[in-house]
Design a protein around this ligand. Structure first.
Ligand code: TXA
Ligand code: MG
Length: 320
């Protein structure tokens, strides 16, 4: 198992030696390595068992550093960056040669963001390279929102996990780029569409069912628990599985099921708060995946605010 702690110096020295370290961010934990070191980057792909056609986000500490790695920052995207960085926002921008092709899987654009977490900010402030970091989960599984989640699955492949507590946002960053002058959201995430539109006006949101995803990682089946995961009307589903006599677990938005023991159900937010629901989502999926149930039943949230990004993850979890 990996060592878990809050030692920035230790994380720094491992990263400088080309090793990987799990880092906390406000969205999810990342599996970080020196983004300018192709060997460290290839270790990331190996450790996650991630196909090399699925590019990585690079993380920097300050907006002034972005120009070292990208050729330009269009005015509209700059406005977003200035308002929401550090935060759950990733921009797709034309990359400079200094960024290894491995990071972008050969694409001309690099995904870049400034994470909002004091420990990782402290770490980035002491490094003279950016950190490439995908979510610190095996490819296709649920993203980690606690150090323990990382340790459970990647602990034996990692020297150190920088423990920054529970992720406050709980959903991955919103990925935004431009196509023919139009702003496009490639992945719904912790930054709400309304927040984006309040700065730049209406944007295009690429749909989840896109069969030829522009963002390679937008594969349909993703964020998936190992157990069968069924989406629908919970009252109907519960009745159906009750009749079948199956040990089911329930993931609901606001409502609890009094007939069901506490270890078999998670309510994301009793008061119907989208932020709270987002923060709890991935942990809840993991808990139910580990509970003594054979199937997980879940419902979609209202298609508004962060409910859109949460529903995107739920639909992907249900996709076979
Ligand atoms: O919140 C987050 O974004 C977290 C934390 C650790 O920063 N990171 C994260 O990384 O979610 P990952 O690798 O799990 O997801 C990154 C997504 C993938 O879907 C990938 O395909 C897409 O970003 N992506 C990365 N670079 C890209 C590029 N150059 N062009 C298009 N899509 C890109
Ligand atoms: Mg991921």
């Amino acid at each position: 198992m990996a060592e878990i702690g809050q030692n920035i110096q230790k994380a720094k020295s491992l990263l400088e030696q080309g090793e990987l370290v799990a880092i906390p961010t406000e969205t999810v934990y990342g599996l970080a390595g020196n983004a300018l070191d192709a060997q460290a980057v290839s270790k990331i792909f190996e450790t996650k068992n991630r196909p090399s056609f699925d590019p990585l986000i690079i993380h920097v500490g300050k907006i002034e550093q972005v120009s070292k790695y990208v050729k330009s920052l269009p005015e509209e995207l700059k406005k977003l960056a200035e308002k929401y960085w550090p935060g759950p926002l990733t921009l797709l921008l034309p990359k400079k040669n200094i960024v290894p092709d491995l990071v972008t899987s050969g694409l001309d654009q690099v995904a870049i963001r400034i994470p909002n977490h004091p420990l990782t900010q402290g770490l980035l402030g002491q490094l003279d390279f950016p950190l490439a970091a995908p979510s610190a989960n095996p490819f296709g599984y649920i993203s980690p929102t606690k150090a323990k989640h990382v340790n459970d699955q990647l602990g034996d492949k990692l020297a150190y996990i920088l423990d920054g507590g529970e992720c406050q946002v709980g959903l991955e960053s919103t990925i935004i780029g431009m196509e023919e002058g139009e702003i496009v959201i490639y992945r719904l995430g912790g930054m709400d569409v309304a927040e984006v539109e309040s700065v730049v006006g209406p944007v295009k949101v690429l749909s989840h069912s896109s069969s030829n995803p522009k963002t390679p990682g937008m594969l349909k089946s993703h964020y998936a628990p190992r157990k069968p995961f069924v989406l629908g009307n919970l009252d109907t589903l519960v009745e159906e599985y009750e009749q079948k006599g199956e040990d089911y677990g329930v993931l609901s938005f606001e409502k609890s099921f009094p007939g069901l023991s506490a270890d078999r159900q998670v309510v994301l937010s009793q008061k119907g708060d989208f932020k709270e629901a987002a923060q709890k989502l991935f942990g809840a999926l993991r808990d139910l995946d580990e509970a003594k149930v054979s199937v997980i039943l879940a419902e979609l949230l209202p298609e508004e605010s962060l409910g859109r990004a949460i529903n995107d993850r739920l639909r992907r979890a249900a996709a076979q």
